[in-house]
Design a protein. Structure first.
Length: 350
């Protein structure tokens, strides 16, 4: 109903109510005077006029509310009911996430019979960082296959793992040649800068792990890899990069099906505390490998195993202490082969 008509009805109700109230008061005074002089008088006219005045007062109140709210009285409840129903409707679905920007990877070299490429992927701080991807020889030989991924961490700020350990690809390739491991795509992100010991930072703050969502999206968009997750992705660290791999595997078993740390030195309590932040329901799987002569490395690995056990962390930790050879370089090559074999055994077969 238009507001002007509501205002007109309100005025009519006010005038009628005022007249009826005055008439009722006049009749009431006459009735009191008659009773004083013991004259006969009827009370009915007073009651009728008083009742009509009260009714007009109610109409005035209802019309006044309707005028102020700009609504017709009969629709106030309807509007409220519609609003209540609207709040119960499911929220509109969130807009789809934007598609990842494809990163351009260029060829660097051909180590260990494979192909090494490099690109730049935005880091957590938004600044680009170098990412190197090693494709095994089987990648070109099997054009329809999708390959599992091993993220290889560096322990040197601003460098990738292959710059510290050029023979890491040789270890992975030789494990495949010997039939001990399946072909993996190796991804080596640049270690975070701003600290001389990136893996100490990662152990204390697991969110600083360099292989973040942007990296996984970029690799999955460009290369034929298995989907990011515990069924197709693992993590590896050698020497100074070993604590990074251990921290990543212990804190994110929902992303990495297994982790291998080789020849590292660890802070057992820090890793046990980091493992306490892992998602519930998934047990981390971790290999700590060191050469037989590396007594300090083996002692550090056993400290990690004991710290995780004492903390009640959901982690399956193995220690490899059998590798022995005539030189440190040969032992490291064999340790990488052991790590690749372990990762192959832990990830489900395609």
């Amino acid at each position: 109903m238009p507001r002007s008509l509501l205002v007109l009805l309100l005025l009519v109700a006010v005038v009628a109510g005022s007249w009826l109230a005055r008439s009722a008061m006049s009749r009431w005074r006459d009735l009191r005077a008659a009773q004083t002089y013991e004259l006969a008088a009827e009370a009915r006219p007073v009651l009728v006029r008083a009742g009509a005045a009260v009714l007009c007062l109610m109409c005035v109140s209802a019309l006044g509310v309707a005028v102020l709210a700009g609504l017709r009285p009969g629709r106030v409840a309807v509007r409220q009911a519609v609003a209540a129903v609207g709040t119960e409707r499911p929220a509109a679905p969130a807009p789809p996430a934007p598609a990842p920007v494809e990163v351009l990877f260029s060829n660097v070299s051909r180590p260990a019979g494979g192909e090494l490429l490099q690109g730049e992927v935005p880091g957590p701080d938004g600044r680009p960082r170098a990412v190197r991807v090693w494709l095994p020889a089987e990648y070109r030989q099997e054009p329809a296959a999708r390959f599992p991924v091993v993220v290889v961490h560096s322990g040197t700020a601003g460098r990738t793992a292959d710059q510290d350990l050029p023979d890491v690809f040789d270890g992975a390739a030789s494990a495949v040649e010997l039939g001990r491991a399946r072909p993996f795509v190796l991804v080596a992100p640049e270690a975070p800068s701003g600290t001389g010991h990136p893996c100490d930072l990662v152990t204390a703050v697991p969110q600083a792990v360099a292989d973040d969502q942007a990296l996984r999206a970029a690799v999955g968009a460009v290369f034929r890899t298995r989907p990011a997750g515990p069924d197709g992705w693992a993590v590896l660290g050698v020497d100074d990069g070993a604590p990074c791999a251990a921290a990543a595997g212990l804190t994110r078993p929902d992303l990495y099906g297994a982790a291998a740390a080789v020849s590292g030195r660890y802070d057992g309590r820090a890793l046990a505390a980091a493992a306490g932040e892992a998602p519930a329901g998934t047990a981390a799987r971790l290999l700590l490998a060191a050469a037989k002569r590396d007594t300090d490395g083996l002692a550090s690995a056993r400290e990690v195993q004991a710290a995780l056990r004492d903390a009640g962390a959901r982690a399956e930790v193995r220690i490899s202490d059998l590798v022995q050879d005539y030189s440190a370089d040969r032992e490291q090559l064999r340790l990488v082969r052991v790590a690749m074999q372990y990762l192959t055994e832990q990830l489900p077969k395609p």
